[in-house]
Design a protein around this ligand. Structure first.
Ligand SMILES: CC(=O)CC(=O)SCCNC(=O)CCNC(=O)[C@H](O)C(C)(C)COP(=O)(O)OP(=O)(O)OC[C@H]1O[C@@H](n2cnc3c(N)ncnc32)[C@H](O)[C@@H]1OP(=O)(O)O
Ligand SMILES: NC(=O)C1=CN([C@@H]2O[C@H](COP(=O)(O)OP(=O)(O)OC[C@H]3O[C@@H](n4cnc5c(N)ncnc54)[C@H](OP(=O)(O)O)[C@@H]3O)[C@@H](O)[C@H]2O)C=CC1
Length: 291
């Protein structure tokens, strides 16, 4: 099947990044969210990120204009019925994702491939609630999507080979590299990355270091591009906590216990950059540590 029309559910930081790379690669993108503000903000962010690529000589102005002209937005989930490939990138909650699939399925063409950008949730379980487990896959982009080269491809127990190969071709067409992961909690990247971030929060919680010293230690001492707390704020603390909960529940091992301080930040609504406060306060000119 030819894949040209891409439907994306959820216009947050991942949804807008995914729309950016697909439109730049020549696909037609329809972006859906429950909030008109999120859709408007997504277009602003995509324009800004494309402009940055133009100003750095990575793409031509004409490519930016063409990419923007290929993106449409809608509040109506049923409009995604025209899609050849749907990528769900809504909030990391299984109930939210299941509800989206339930509402979307009656409108989809039988051959449409359905995917989730979930960071951690069982692909087999999500797929089993749909009418097409053989055409369902985990399609896990990394943040920031326009920059990061990797896409994890996760097959559920029922995913068929044509679906997997179709997505491998799509990844290639985006100029990215695919890594295949088995369907176990949090797959590869987050199985390794998130316990490190959680450990950084424990390091803060137990007073071993401050926000600044923990981040500086990992940047200067381990050559990480961002410190783990800065990265947690960048990913979103709600998403980090959701992933730790999936690891903890799914693998039933106390080594994945989410740090109580991470829970406290999420309970406060301090979710990181997206709410302007997390381990850093982003409301001023430069980020200020909150501990
Ligand atoms: C949670 C999950 O499920 C999985 C995940 O995604 S885990 C998170 C994975 N991501 C990471 O680990 C990111 C770690 N951080 C980094 O790699 C770097 O800090 C960074 C790439 C984000 C920024 O790099 P930097 O050197 O500090 O900044 P800067 O020089 O301004 O930017 C580098 C490039 O990224 C681009 N960029 C930076 N932030 C961007 C953003 N939010 N959106 C789009 N592009 C962005 C810049 O335009 C620049 O592009 P060019 O090289 O083409 O000019
Ligand atoms: N953050 C990251 O670094 C990464 C995240 N992911 C995964 O990508 C997905 C999205 O994460 P991210 O973009 O960070 O999250 P965000 O919180 O930035 O965005 C989620 C968006 O989905 C919207 N949404 C919620 N419910 C629905 C719905 N029923 N229909 C349509 N839209 C809905 C939210 O709207 P509202 O704000 O109004 O609730 C919000 O705009 C998650 O599964 C996450 O695990 C994957 C890789 C990296």
């Amino acid at each position: 099947m030819d894949i040209q029309n891409i439907g994306i559910v959820g216009a947050g930081q991942m949804g807008n990044g995914i729309a950016h790379v697909f439109s730049l690669a020549g696909y037609d993108v329809l972006l859906n969210d429950i909030s008109q503000d999120a859709l408007n903000q997504a277009i602003v962010t995509i324009s800004h990120n494309l402009e940055r690529q133009v100003s750095r000589g990575k793409i031509e102005q004409s490519e930016m204009d063409a990419a923007l002209s290929r993106i449409s937005t809608t509040l109506k989930l049923e409009d995604l019925g025209v899609s050849d490939l749907v990528i769900e990138a809504a909030t990391e909650r299984e109930d939210v994702k299941n509800a989206i699939f339930e509402r979307l399925l009656p409108h989809l063409k039988p051959e449409t491939i359905l995917t989730s950008n979930t960071s951690s949730i069982s692909i087999t379980r999500l797929a089993s609630r749909t009418d097409r487990p053989e055409k369902f896959m985990g399609f896990h982009f990394m943040n920031p999507v326009p920059v990061m080269k990797l896409v994890e491809l996760i097959r559920g127990i029922a995913t068929d080979e044509p679906t997997y190969h179709a997505l491998l071709k799509v990844v290639e067409s985006l100029g990215k590299t695919a890594a295949s992961a088995e369907d176990f909690p949090a797959f590869i990247v987050n199985r390794i990355l998130m316990p490190m971030i959680n450990e950084a929060v424990y390091t803060l919680y137990e007073g071993v270091g401050s926000v600044k010293s923990i981040d500086e230690s990992m940047k200067l001492g381990a050559n990480h591009p961002m410190g783990p707390l800065e990265l947690a704020d960048f990913i979103g603390l709600d998403t980090c906590l959701a992933i730790m909960n999936v690891l903890h529940d799914g693998l039933a091992d106390t080594k994945y216990r989410p740090c109580p301080l991470l829970t406290k930040y999420v309970e406060a609504g301090w979710l990181g950059r997206k709410t302007q406060r997390g381990f850093y306060d982003y409301r001023g000119e430069t980020p200020v540590p909150t501990r």
